[in-house]
Design a protein around this ligand. Structure first.
Ligand code: NAG
Ligand code: NAG
Length: 213
């Protein structure tokens, strides 16, 4: 009896070593425009769970080239509005399909992206989180809406309006304002699967991988 118990214990220990990890990311911690932590390093099968603490934020997939523009066919939590003093909070999860493919996200509310509310899974040495965030601060590829760069000053005719983001990277993506439930649903179709409710009131889950990049 004792022997078999030891075998079971060893098996469970080994299983826990290889089992998927869940990373919790707090959206809007301390009422700030942040995801906390702003990056995670996850492996295949790991889950990143976003918990929306307050206000009305999103977790919207974008691209390294255009941080503030929803990625065509990307995943999106949609707006999660949390009243002050809420007893339960929404959460939304993604499962990592490919840990060598960096994933990029932003908050699609107002100018939150421009103000630094961006997030990455597995940024690389070439595509760093700092570079992604710096690009977001210039408008992140948005050509309209609150994240778009302010117009160049009239005297500065040499200045390029809209920053330095390659326009080609925006092709097919809606430049801001793509916020209706129907549009969210369309973008999420095929990438979304619902999970049973947790104590946080899970609103959805998505599977993301290299094919979505
Ligand atoms: C959340 O923000 C979106 C976009 O600004 C807005 O359309 C929606 O009405 C807001 N939700 C609530 C409950 O205020
Ligand atoms: C994972 O992502 C990398 C980088 O984008 C890509 O080269 C590779 O083909 C992907 N693997 C799979 C199985 O999709």
């Amino acid at each position: 009896m004792r022997f078999s118990t030891a075998i079971v214990s060893a098996f469970l220990a080994a299983a826990s070593l290889v089992s998927a990890e869940t990373f919790t990311v707090v959206v809007g911690k301390d009422n700030a425009l942040v995801y906390d932590p702003p990056t995670v390093t996850a492996k295949q099968g790991d889950i990143v769970e976003f918990q929306f603490l307050n206000k009305n934020h999103t977790v919207t997939q974008s691209t390294f080239a255009s941080p503030c523009v929803p990625k065509a066919d990307g995943v999106d939590s949609g707006f999660q509005s949390v009243p002050a003093g809420a007893q339960t909070i929404p959460s939304w999860s993604i499962t990592i399909n490919n840990d060598t493919a960096p994933l990029w996200f932003f908050c699609n509310q107002g100018p939150h992206c421009r103000n630094g509310m961006v997030f990455a899974v597995n940024p690389s040495a070439e595509r760093t989180f700092d570079a992604f965030k710096a690009n977001a601060a210039t408008g992140g590829g948005a050509t309209a809406g609150p994240n778009a760069a302010p117009p160049a000053s009239p005297s500065g005719s040499a200045a390029a309006p809209g920053g330095t983001v390659a326009p080609a990277a925006n092709a097919g993506a809606a430049p801001g304002g793509d916020n209706t439930a129907a549009q969210q649903a369309a973008r999420n179709s095929g990438a979304f699967s619902t999970k049973s409710a947790s104590v946080f009131g899970l609103v959805g889950a998505a599977l993301v991988g290299g094919l979505l990049l």
